[in-house]
Design a protein around this ligand. Structure first.
Ligand SMILES: [Zn+2]
Length: 413
């Protein structure tokens, strides 16, 4: 059995306007068991809408220790058996930066998991805070590298004040338990007219992605504008579409000395639209859960229709795989059919997932026997097509491809 990590969840006031509990109306509650590398974590949501400003958010916030443990227990994305490309558009990010930054500007990107964009920034000629800083000053190093490792609490050391022409935060703010403090601390890092470049999921256009369990803030350009104004910035550009990920929008804000008046009216005017978007997002998330049950049905149908021995092979050892395997487990056990978890990621090899009796292996074509029907269930967020090609190249005479998250069969060719 895997260990389930729980924590205390503290209700907070509206992140945008500060309205207290009585001003918040509950839209829905959620609770989920989320699988990380070593442990599972309980995430709780009490999703509310502020009756004063219209903002929609999860008003429950866990401890910094919980967030630190959760984010340090994530799966690094690294593989030697499949090519992994960035899941964001590098050129789109650079184009926006070129509009607002001088050549060789000093930039700091926070929350850069793989350092992919860091490399692109260096190539584009920017002076990127990074390894050189980390090598000489451990206090700075820990802070630079550690937003998520420190539980999303950012308090920059004074030595770094007013050092940067730009702070870049791609899909970070929605994860922060105390976004206002973070925005204020970033302001302290910027030069006099330095800019903050933010991308976040768009609640109205992509509600399912916006409501992802790790997010506390379900943002739109209107609410993000109010949030950054509150922290001493002036919004200079918003792009509703064309962010570096399809579900996002981008906002550029400049540090100002005198805060502009906070514009709550545009946010208040979209209150009904935000509530509808939230409900749509919840319906889509429920639909995603239904898809897992559909995948389980497809697997059982494949098993029942086969006149040869069957193996069920999962590609992608993750939450989706674990949930589908748990659904089909009892029926397949009765029929003595093996369920095998495979993953291309180096770090997942040898780990154990709920729903599987065997630990995770790398896919090895020599293990796939020609006389056996292989029901291959692909469970991947971004690499379904790449994994499907990988399986097709095994040259198996009998196989079925299932897209686990979509609840659909994939073509064999
Ligand atoms: Zn509010």
């Amino acid at each position: 059995m895997r260990k389930l990590i729980e924590t205390f969840w503290t209700p907070v006031a509206c992140d945008v306007c500060g309205a207290e509990e009585t001003g918040l109306s509950t839209l829905g509650t959620r609770i989920g068991r989320i699988i990380q590398k070593h442990h599972d974590y309980t995430w709780r949501h009490e999703d509310v809408q502020c009756t004063q400003c219209g903002f929609v958010f999860n008003r429950l916030r866990p401890t910094a220790e919980f967030l630190r443990d959760y984010y340090t227990d994530c799966w690094p994305i690294a593989s030697t058996s499949i090519d992994i490309v960035p899941d964001f558009d590098v050129a789109v990010r650079l184009e926006l930066l070129h509009r607002w930054l001088k050549p060789k500007a000093r930039v700091y990107e926070i929350g850069d998991k793989l350092g992919e964009f860091h490399t692109a920034l260096l190539k584009a000629g920017y002076d990127v805070a990074g390894d050189d800083v980390m090598a000489v000053d451990t206090e700075r190093a820990e802070w630079l590298d550690g937003l998520f490792r420190r539980g999303c609490v950012a308090v920059p050391p004074t030595a770094m004040k007013q050092a940067f022409d730009a702070v870049l935060a791609y899909f970070v703010i929605e994860h922060l338990a105390n976004p206002r403090d973070w925005l204020l601390s970033m302001r302290g890092l910027l030069t006099q007219d330095g800019v903050l470049v933010i991308e976040v999921p768009h609640l109205v256009r992509h509600p399912k992605e916006a409501l992802m369990h790790e997010h506390f803030l379900y943002l739109t350009p209107e609410s993000l504008t109010a949030l950054v104004q509150e922290a001493g910035y002036e919004v200079v550009e918003i792009r509703e579409t064309g962010a570096s990920r399809a579900f996002g929008f981008s906002l550029v804000a400049r540090r100002v000395e005198m805060s502009p008046p906070i514009a709550l009216a545009p946010l208040q005017e979209q209150a009904a639209e935000l509530q509808a978007a939230y409900q749509r997002g919840r319906a889509l998330l429920n639909h995603a859960q239904d898809n897992l049950a559909t995948s389980a049905d497809l697997i059982i149908q494949g098993v029942d229709a086969s006149d040869t021995p069957v193996r069920v092979c999962f590609f992608g050892a993750n939450q989706t795989a674990s949930e589908i395997a748990t659904l089909i487990g009892p029926q397949l056990k009765q029929k003595a059919i093996k369920i095998l978890p495979y993953d291309n990621s180096d770090v997942k090899t040898g780990t154990h997932l709920e729903g599987f009796e065997i630990s995770v292996k790398k896919p090895d074509p020599s293990e796939f026997h020609p006389s056996v029907l292989h029901i291959c269930v692909i469970c991947s967020r971004g690499w379904t097509q790449a994994i499907a090609s990988q399986i097709r190249q095994f040259g198996l005479p009998r196989f079925i491809l299932v897209d686990g998250a979509a609840g659909e069969l994939l073509p064999k060719h």
